[in-house]
Design a protein around this ligand. Sequence first.
Ligand SMILES: *[C@@H]1O[C@H](CO)[C@@H](O)[C@H](O)[C@H]1NC(C)=O
Ligand SMILES: *[C@@H]1O[C@H](CO)[C@@H](O)[C@H](O)[C@H]1NC(C)=O
Length: 370
Amino acid sequence: MHTKLYSSIFPSIILLSLVFLFLYSTFLPLYTNNNSSPLPTNKFLPFSSSSTCNLFDGNWVSNSTKAKPFYDETCPFHRNAWNCLKNKRDNMGVINSWEWVPKDCNLERIDPWRFLEWLMQVLKSGRERELGEGLIFPSIMSQLPIIGPFCLPNTISAQDELKGVYRVDVDIVADDWSSITDFYDVLVFNTGHWWGYDKFPKETPLIFYRHGRPINPPLGLLDGFQVVLENMVHHIQKEVPKNTLKFWRLQSPRHFYGGEWNQNGSCLFDRPLEEDQLDLWFDPSNNGVNKEARTLNHLIKEAVQGTDIQVLDLTRLSEFRADAHPAIWLGQKDAVSIWGQDCMHWCLPGVPDTWVDILVQLIHNSFETG
Ligand SMILES: *[C@@H]1O[C@H](CO)[C@@H](O)[C@H](O)[C@H]1NC(C)=O
Ligand SMILES: *[C@@H]1O[C@H](CO)[C@@H](O)[C@H](O)[C@H]1NC(C)=O
């Protein structure tokens, strides 16, 4: 039972895994080469864009001369099913020719070496911290203050007390959380997929507890989700220092067309959706297959309103990209007949690389404007 619940959390860690594995994999060779030389101390800013523009509002523009992805199918960190180059997904060249162009600002592509160099200077100068063991960065990078990657199940604690019943204590902080309070400089929270309706049929329901007892009358998934969010946000505001940079990543949208994942839903698109299609696909009032991202986002935005947690709204820009999921190219012969098409995770390289660019630019902007 645990396995099932926790494996459902896995998709939520994609973004962070990517950021850090990516930084690591790109940075490591550079760092190794420069191992013996002192760290550069020249001062420069790696980005030029202003901190006030909205990186989330824009369009995907086709650019056939766009710079190539930083990595290819040999990258050892990617799950096989998302390695769309290796799995020979159609259209990978086209998928990666689309460039996210925000309306009023420049989105620059991450330059990992410059970013880490800059970050190190910022953190060294203004934010002296004890250096600890890196969770993700290996020891070769232990001179760096750590940006905290954190994969937090929103289920503050979960266990199957009765057979087949999932318990979520809305007021008990998971053990993982106790260590995040004052160590990290940047935290990115997200809400994963633990709340998925289809994971909890009547026979194995999710039951919300407070003060050690089932909440009565029982909360439905969305109401329970909201209470958990409120408690998380309250905890973060109380325990995490003010100068820790905090983001909440909104939901990654799915693109099942014509039915759910287990009802032959498909995503064999060869170009992004048009802007005027998005509401039809995703607005909860249209009751489509993929409505849950906006439904949950609404609750998340409400919960973080008035706090110092910034919303990382990767949903909308991702909503366009019906063309960028692994779909039927899963690298395993029977995968589609067993699990259906994958219209939820993203091809790599692909849309998550844009997420990384945005996150990095926001981290930069936030530290530069203090
Ligand atoms: C396409 O990408 C290249 C490389 O980043 C860039 O120099 C060029 O300005 C882009 N073209 C358009 C139309 O944005
Ligand atoms: C999915 O497609 C298969 C093969 O075309 C068909 O046999 C099956 O009934 C379909 N399932 C659903 C839920 O539509």
